[in-house]
Design a protein around this ligand. Sequence first.
Ligand SMILES: NC(=O)C1=CN([C@@H]2O[C@H](COP(=O)(O)OP(=O)(O)OC[C@H]3O[C@@H](n4cnc5c(N)ncnc54)[C@H](O)[C@@H]3O)[C@@H](O)[C@H]2O)C=CC1
Ligand SMILES: C[N+](C)(C)CCCC(=O)O
Length: 496
Amino acid sequence: MSSVTGTVTIQQPLNYRAGGRVQPVDGGQAEEVYEPATGRVICKVLCSGQKEVDLAVQSAKAAFKIWSQMSGMERSRVLLEAARIIREQREEIATMETINNGKSIFEARVDIDISWQCLEYYAGLAGSLAGEHIQLPGGSFGYTRREPLGVCVGIGAWNYPFQIACWKSAPALACGNAMVFKPSPFTPVSVVRLAEIFTEASVPKGLFNVVQGGAATGQFLCHHPDVAKISFTGSVPTGIKIMEMAAKGIKPVTLELGGKSPLIIFSDCSLENAVNGALMANFLTQGEVCCNGTRVFVERKILDAFTKEVVKRTQKIKIGDPLLEDTRMGALINRPHLDRVQGFIKQAKEQGAEVLCGGDLWVPDDPKLKNGYYMRPCVLGNCTDDMTCVKEEIFGPVMSILPFDTEEEVVERANNTKFGLAGGVFTRDIQKAHRVVAALKAGMCFINNYNISPVELPFGGYKASGFGRENGRAAIEYYSQLKTVCVEMGDVESVF
Ligand SMILES: NC(=O)C1=CN([C@@H]2O[C@H](COP(=O)(O)OP(=O)(O)OC[C@H]3O[C@@H](n4cnc5c(N)ncnc54)[C@H](O)[C@@H]3O)[C@@H](O)[C@H]2O)C=CC1
Ligand SMILES: C[N+](C)(C)CCCC(=O)O
């Protein structure tokens, strides 16, 4: 693949089943796939119908029979090999991700590193997944077996296409499950590469399959009787629908949904670290990150100093061709989304917020980028808790600054949201730091940093941000089930 923006087209089929790329046997509605940096169509994706979804599930079911019988150590070796191949092909995968998503190559490389680290981590756990032995009276005993669930479905969002697929498939496969994955129709490309890598690493054919499509394809997957579990990353409204469908089949679900997370900056922080943290919390992947700390609460004493510095640094963010080495912000995912983000900024102004920098469209000099979906990262001042920009997830590069006076007040305001994905605090006072994160109603909290992703740590939400966890040991619980075996060593003492 040539790595120049504006040149790539993709011809190969984007479904993956039984160990190879295939065209779907039914459905067939074609959706255009864009390169956000240029607005160019790079391919068309064919949405899968019910028959194709069934074939993918049957293929996974057949592979499950083999994979689930292998030992954890055997599975570990295969996953380690997949991690090695991803590492080896890091540049090619990151380039593909940048072309299809619009994020900078700098960030895409980090995403791919987190992806292979995730596979390595679960490969490491696979060999030690086990039940326990429990002694009972008279020499009898019981034991538990940690068993896989079967065919798991993964449904992904478009902001971290490859990484989301790894966060779901790595623990699923480590536990002995098979998977059918459906990426967002906006970013169908890189996940098929992951499927090929699993095959190259010698998983049984059909263990990891990809079906392409939107809501209709997703519904066929969720309703399929042979699907044992659904892990979903996406918006709250779709999460609700997924849970309703899962309820009909009594299928367990993991929901990684949206957020409107607070970042609390106390006056006793290191200002430089806090400013860096606020940029990390708001501007990765053009702000299209579920756990972003978009409500930046700043203690009034340092409001001016913090605001001045954060605006200065935001204005310096290099926007441009995402495949260039020095670009730090690329293009948003598509035109409707860019318009939506612009709409939030317009509404914020109408409601009394002040645009301290950015928020307007970025107009490139390079003619090949002129139809790309760029905007300047935005900092909003003069915000209040009741404004739409402070309440709703914007999913774009828009930070809202909110002054506060006391710890008690800020904790209450930080928790005053339907969401609960993440939260952060910057302070040098260790007691205060731990006290405040303990009081935050959010699943992923950061002290003196933000938006880093060690795969060893569980990630997931409270409240409307969902439930279940990805990463860390915790994810094992969501991809396995316990069988209890009770063993009698004596005679049966019948009641009858
Ligand atoms: N908590 C987390 O880990 C993350 C959450 N998100 C959230 O995702 C949203 C943005 O992603 P989008 O792709 O726009 O979300 P979305 O909810 O529109 O779509 C997510 C996925 O669900 C599929 N889908 C849509 N309707 C469906 C249905 N009725 N049945 C089955 N599948 C269906 C889509 O095709 C896509 O693959 C944001 O709200 C963001 O906060 C995004 C990334 C990470
Ligand atoms: C990698 N990280 C922490 C920046 C974001 C992960 C969650 C998401 O998929 O939005």
